[in-house]
Design a protein around this ligand. Structure first.
Ligand code: PEP
Length: 201
């Protein structure tokens, strides 16, 4: 798995109530998982619960927004700007999820980017890519980074897999050399998310 730290993101999508959020956070806070030197865990609640989750969540896990507006703030009803997320100390954001197809500006700095490969046929369907399929695509993406960005970025960028990852299939996927973690939807709302975090080791 090279020197890249394993990354597990939980995308809660448009689910839950304040009570559900408390329950999920309690499960996460009580879970025994590998240390933050080994795995980086980020959960992404709906916007309305971001501050609540940030306040309750254990300090070794962090939060992500599920989207943000691509430009500066202004007269854009319903949008939330990157500046607002920074102001609220929300360190991560999911951009360009296939359920939104958001616009992605050309990147000039890859330092804090985690790239997710998510076959659309696998998202929320229960059909997961085989380890060989995931590895083939991740390897291709890394080669693309090598040729189009730089060998250093290709070596350091974490490429994570998403699409029906669960507690049962995470281990074999995590064993692939270019699978550096997961973006998890449905299973991130369940206790098995802890097993997915543990697949880092
Ligand atoms: C996702 O929403 O990014 C996702 C991968 O969902 P699921 O794990 O439910 O397929």
């Amino acid at each position: 798995m090279a020197s890249r730290k394993f990354f597990v993101g939980g995308n809660w999508k448009c689910n839950g109530t304040g009570e559900d959020v408390k329950k999920i956070v309690t499960v996460l806070n009580e879970a025994e998982v590998p240390s933050e030197d080994v795995v980086e865990v980020v959960v992404s609640p709906p916007f309305v619960f971001l501050q609540q989750v940030k306040g309750l969540l254990r300090p070794d896990f962090s939060v992500a927004a599920q989207n943000c507006w691509v430009r500066k703030g202004g007269a854009f009803t319903g949008e939330i700007s990157a500046e607002m997320l920074v102001n609220l100390q929300v360190p991560w954001v999911i951009l360009g999820h296939s359920e939104r197809r958001a616009l992605l500006e050309k990147l000039s700095d890859w330092t804090n980017v985690v790239l997710a490969y998510e076959p659309v046929w696998a998202i929320g369907t229960g059909k997961v890519a085989t380890p060989a399929q995931a590895q083939e695509v991740h390897d291709g993406l890394r080669k693309w980074l090598q040729s189009n960005v730089s060998p250093a970025v290709a070596e350091s960028t974490r490429i994570i897999y998403g699409g029906s990852v669960n507690g049962g299939n995470c281990k074999v996927l995590a064993a692939q050399p270019d699978v550096d973690g997961f973006l998890v939807g449905g299973a991130s709302l369940k206790p098995e998310f802890v097993d997915i975090i543990k697949s880092a080791t």
